[in-house]
Write a protein that binds this ligand. Sequence first.
Ligand SMILES: [Ca+2]
Length: 231
Amino acid sequence: MSSRMKGFAFFLLALCSCLSGTQGQGDHEDQKACCPSDTCSLMKELISIAEKLGAMGEKLGTMGDNLRLMETRLQTSENEVEELKRLTGGRPQVAFSATLWETGDAPGNTGPFTTPIPLQYKKVFSNTGSSYNPATGIFTATVKGMYYFRFSMMNNLNTPPNSVVCLTKNGQRLVSVWDTTGSDANDSGSNAVVIPLEVGDNVCVELQANRLVHDDIMNYNTFSGFLLFPM
Ligand SMILES: [Ca+2]
């Protein structure tokens, strides 16, 4: 309760006890008709109201402090958003590039497997926007827009070559690299697409069933992509 409220309450309390003290001392009938106990009840009610007003004042003070704190935090957030807009020109940024061979891996083949599997390009060169997941090999769009994707493949070193990889969108094959015949080895190939994606669409490069690819420290098998523009 504020000091002003406390003073007011004290005044009312003093008045109340003064009135109580004079009860029954007057000789005049009109003074007996005046009911000091009613006045005292009124005073007590006023004291109660004053106390409640004081408590409300304190709550308002606390709310004001919280509001100023929120204003400060909002201002900080707005400054950060403005800084991000300045850095990106207001455009979302999505770009990644990764390769199959991870530092420390033994050089060699990936595959064969009995079913098609997404190739996990574990060594990440860049992943702005974190839309590419190196643990699964899957890119998941967080921005609706037009995208460019490219992948490269190197076949198994031992003949005959036995490699088929496909870039897929939501499980549908779009483009492929194929090398399964002949006595040559060490062949490489690549393919690319420009495709629209909705938020949640996924893109990966699948090693087809019973096929294999080779990689080592030279990083022949890569998967890269970026957002051309939002839509
Ligand atoms: Ca070949």
